[in-house]
Ligand binder design. Sequence first.
Ligand code: 3HB
Length: 333
Amino acid sequence: SFVDLRNSPSEIRPNIKFEQQGEHSDSQNILARVAFEKNGFAPELHKGVPTLGVPMTTETEPGFQEVFAASGPVVAGREGNLVYAVDGRHLFCAVQVVERDIYRDAARIAYDSAFELATRLGYPNILRMWNLVGGIIDDNADGVEIYRDFCAGRSEAFALWSGRILHIPAATGIGTRGNGVYLYFISGRADAEVHHLENPRQTPAYHYPESYGPKSPSFARATFADGILYISGTASILGDETVHKGDISGQVDVTLENIATLISTENLGKVRPEGGYSLQDLDLIKVYVSRPEDIPYVRSRCKEVFSPDARVVYLNVDICRPDLLVEIEAIVQ
Ligand code: 3HB
């Protein structure tokens, strides 16, 4: 079940939860909603709440919502294609880039306008972003993989805003079951204490060599802020190379080892005085699986390693490299 009965938005934390589709338990004090469903819909204000639908589930799955609770009175709005809300501590912002031949310019423009809004409203500290990219491993009209095409535009936007958008945050870049790109993020105030982490087992993505695309992917492996740890989409990559190609069991092992190292006392302890975490601490876990036939195996492995209280969803979508079979993101809050 995705129902969080412990719902108690603390004062400064952007409490996140998963809610069953149609549940809508508490429309009070909501910063934003993301509906994971069969068909997406563009970001809109639904009863004053920024809401978007992302095409991530099959017709046989129930769907769910990722709900961001507010930590204070909410002001929401729309500017051009952007839909957003602020609560004094955090900004939520979402934008859709509709399907097109080439994404680079549109991705740069979408991020550019979002960064302009974030800095103008006083929330330049990006904490966590999600990039849901339709046809992620297909080619664009120029024969360039859409993920690489998208990364080029995103990278240009970060370069344009360097020094004003403070750092490159934790992120997910993943396929969908639809088309076009949906992106959404949460950001904090300039004075928020925010730490972005790398993984000692992996090359920083923003230093990936050009063989992975004209501009490297702009994301950190994790972000720690307000006592919340946001773990980026993590896969079976060591250094910059995919390992255990074609082998779901090996890929699950390396993915879990990568996360365990990332959140260990040795790594997270550098910025969190209380030390690190273990896989048992993960919550709000999204498990992306590219081949549907692997889902039962991945589900059984996850049952073994994650807490029985953890909320876990499985999504059958493509991952940003054709040779990746599984990717996992999570939050510790
Ligand atoms: C990204 O490009 O933002 C990204 C891609 C991934 C995992 C995490 C982030 O495959």
